[in-house]
Design a protein. Structure first.
Length: 166
């Protein structure tokens, strides 16, 4: 009888130990899964597009823009994007990469022309080569920036913005 009781107790102990290990593995998996599997926060949305792309796909109205997305237009293309209360347009033969700094969406103009409007309420930065263009604090801005040619000559026209070269 005591041999049977001993065998029974050891089986119960092994089962309890296995259950405890399984529960621990599930808890760790569920706690860590959102960290690794969570999608990036959306930076913006496509308002209008013609002959344009977001990443490797065709840009369509309502498409979501994420950190790292490359936006581009062809010779007959244009693209209008909303980032919160801010908007920008890529004109023909233009491309930009979207970035995110803490609380600030950043458009890095690689080629072509970008026009943007920024509200006083939300920050935005446009980078074109070494130039970093941001609205002054509390000031709305409308600007257009063009990168032309291989030597990256730049022209900018705007009001109420801060231009810094880095």
């Amino acid at each position: 009888m005591s041999l049977r009781l001993g065998r029974y107790l050891s089986e119960v102990l092994v089962q309890a130990l296995l259950r405890s290990c399984l529960v621990a593995i599930l808890v760790v998996t569920l706690v860590e899964a959102p960290v690794y599997g969570s999608p990036s926060a959306a930076l913006g949305v496509v308002l209008q597009a013609q002959n344009a792309s977001v990443g490797s796909g065709v840009a369509a109205t309502g498409a979501t823009i994420f950190n790292g997305d490359t936006l581009a237009t062809d010779s007959r293309g244009w693209l209008r994007v909303r980032l919160g209360a801010n908007q920008f347009s890529l004109l023909q033969l233009s491309s930009a990469v979207m970035r995110q700094a803490p609380g600030i969406p950043i458009a890095v103009l690689e080629r072509g022309t970008m026009a943007f409007s920024s509200s006083a309420a939300e920050p935005f930065e446009l980078q074109a080569s070494a130039a970093h263009i941001r609205p002054r604090t509390g000031q709305p801005v409308i600007a257009q920036v063009t990168i032309a040619g291989a030597v990256s000559s730049k022209s900018a026209s705007a009001t109420r913005f801060t231009l810094s070269r880095q």
